[in-house]
Ligand binder design. Structure first.
Ligand code: NPW
Ligand code: ADP
Length: 534
């Protein structure tokens, strides 16, 4: 089986660095033609979706650099397909002549294109070729780019103007595109923050930069998808049993929040854990066994040496004995650092920098799973190194990486675009799922799913260590299952399950674990055996 490569994004700066050897070898013009050809193909696709291509009008807002050059060359190609091609310069010299890519304009003029001061009202498509990876500072949207024809589709060349291709920040104004055609590699700035909101559908055009792109963090942001998640959470081996599939300890819930214990334990069981053992007070133990007769329950939880992953935090009542419960889990992991640890919800207010340091020193694999509010509170207590006190540098990925590196724990920042970072800078984006997940309790389910995915990995590692020569105990794991990748895979399964159950007309966190079961079963055994969420 050939594995499809995991998608990834790199910073705009990394793409510029990748271009350098090719530019030095005199291939700049060829790269630009390649980019322009790809841009023209995508504009043609948009035009075909609207009607006949011949006779349509495409206008481009053209900046002074190579981004504008791409747009001019693309207009020239479109002109040859019978399109009326109009270039609108956004900068002029002191004599009033447009400041733009001279060869690109010569090619467009030779093809019969024209220049204009404003975008014609009849334009079907407006290409944003003002600024690409060369954008720095703030962008003051020029008059020519304001009040674009309402019916025109905006197609951004490489990056919507005003978006920082490294971080997704928009300082000043930014262009909102329906489609962004980006060259050489996905840019991180198109997947994060405001950049992701402005970019619309992102289409990648290969211009042959592959061998020159960075292969490691910090420039690379990997994007979790189904095939990658399936490789990271493979079907159990034929001879697998409950211990090889992983034991999850779930320390969650309280008399005040009993449901959280059920949701988290359910998430672990439905994601395929060999066993889930809930530790909590009598109320939550009763609730968990009622929902799941197969779950083990006790006041203390499973024996540390038999546990592959711990989940601590959902629904702990912080006024109760929550810190003691947290400490018991911390100490169990310190006693057996082979077990992974998920720190969620209330535990995010209980964990200290000293706890994290002890866990890091023991070599434990720890993932914290805050949503945006919990992340803000966590970083008030345990600050991001180098943060300026205001604490809110807009480059969230950089802050996450700095925090994770300083404290030796991975962070999974939940939200519409979930980000996972590890202490070595490895970073994943998980963009699956949508607002159907934005209901109370879905995060509790995720904590259990994550526990199960990490437990399965820990159990495979333990088995591989026992069976000399084996690389893993189950399935074919082609990707190195790093902590961050496993966490992103768990988030993907959870989000896909949310989408699956929404399609089936179910909306609550209570039904989400069953949908997780259906999603995982389909992934492992195909449609025939995985029909539960349908
Ligand atoms: N390299 C290659 O061969 C290939 C590159 N490719 C393409 O080139 C693009 C990168 O091109 P680039 O380096 O020319 O930068 P680009 O984005 O056009 O902007 C530079 C201009 O913008 C200006 N400017 C900057 N900030 C500004 C601001 N805040 N507000 C206003 N203006 C501002 C700045 O003006 P200055 O301030 O320097 O006078 C400068 O003139 C890349 O995204 C891709 O599309 C592909 O064709 C593949 C081959
Ligand atoms: N608009 C959204 N799009 C995609 N995912 C979302 C959205 N809103 C919330 N989520 C997801 O829903 C879950 C909510 O988790 P959390 O806030 O911890 O819930 P709770 O504490 O109620 O269990 C997270 O996995 C988050 O990524």
């Amino acid at each position: 089986m050939t594995a499809s490569p995991t998608p990834f994004a790199v910073t705009g700066s990394a793409v510029r660095a990748a271009e350098e050897p090719l530019l030095a070898a005199g291939q700049g013009a060829a790269l630009m033609r390649c980019a322009a050809w790809g841009l023209a193909q995508h504009v043609l696709r948009v035009l075909r979706g609207r009607g006949p291509v011949a006779g349509a009008t495409v206008a481009a807002l053209v900046g002074t650099g190579n981004n504008g050059g791409d747009a001019l060359w693309a207009l020239a190609l479109l002109r040859r397909r019978g399109v009326a091609a109009v270039a609108v310069p956004i900068a002029r010299d002191e004599h009033g002549a447009p400041r733009w890519h001279a060869e690109g304009w010569a090619a467009l003029r030779a093809a019969g294109g024209t220049a204009a001061d404003v975008v014609p009202a009849r334009a079907d498509v407006v290409v944003d070729g003002m600024l690409g990876t060369g954008f720095r500072g703030e962008f003051a949207v020029p008059d020519a780019a304001r009040g674009l024809p309402a019916g025109a589709a905006v197609v951004a060349c490489d990056v919507p103007s005003g978006v920082d291709a490294d971080t997704g920040e928009v300082r000043g104004g930014g262009v909102r595109a329906e489609v962004t055609v980006t060259f050489g590699a996905l840019k991180t700035g198109l997947l994060l923050g405001d950049g992701a909101d402005l970019a619309g559908d992102v289409r990648l055009v290969d211009i042959g930069l592959g061998p020159h792109l960075p292969s490691a963090p910090p420039e690379r942001l990997r994007v979790m998808d189904g095939p990658t998640a399936a490789r990271l959470h493979p079907a159990p081996a034929a001879d697998g049993h409950k211990y090889t599939r992983g034991v999850v300890g779930v320390v969650a819930g309280s008399a005040r929040y009993p449901g959280a214990a059920v949701l988290s334990t359910s998430g672990a069981l439905e994601a395929g854990a060999g066993m889930a053992h809930h530790a909590g007070p009598a109320t939550t133990r009763a609730a968990v066994v009622t929902a799941h007769p197969e779950a083990l329950v006790s006041a203390e939880g499973p024996a540390p040496e038999r546990t592959d992953a711990w989940v601590v935090g959902p629904g702990l009542d912080t006024e109760d004995d929550a810190r003691e419960r947290f400490i018991r889990v911390r100490d169990a992991v310190l006693a057996n650092p082979r077990a992974a640890l998920v720190v969620d919800a209330s535990a995010l207010t209980l964990v200290t920098a000293e706890d994290l340091a002890a866990l890091r020193d023991a070599g434990a694999r720890v993932v914290l799973t805050p949503h945006a509010g919990e992340w803000a509170r966590l970083t008030e207590r345990i600050p991001v190194p180098g943060a300026d006190g205001a604490g809110h540098a807009p480059d969230e990925l950089a802050r996450l990486r700095a925090w994770s590196a300083a404290h030796g724990a991975a962070v999974l920042l939940k939200g519409p675009r979930t980000l996972v970072v590890a202490p070595d800078g490895e970073a994943w984006l998980m963009g699956e799922g949508g607002p159907e997940l934005g209901v109370g309790g879905t995060g509790d389910v995720l904590s259990g799913v994550l526990g199960a995915v990490l437990a399965a990995d820990a159990a495979r590692r333990a088995r591989a260590a026992e069976e000399e020569g084996a690389t893993c105990g189950a399935g074919e794991v082609e990707h190195v299952p790093t902590l961050a990748s496993l966490a992103a895979a768990a988030a993907w399964l959870h989000a896909r399950a949310g989408a699956d159950q929404a399609r089936a007309g179910r909306m609550t966190a209570g039904t989400l674990p069953a949908a997780v079961g259906g999603t995982v079963a389909r992934m492992w055994w195909g449609e025939a055996r995985g029909t539960r969420a349908d």
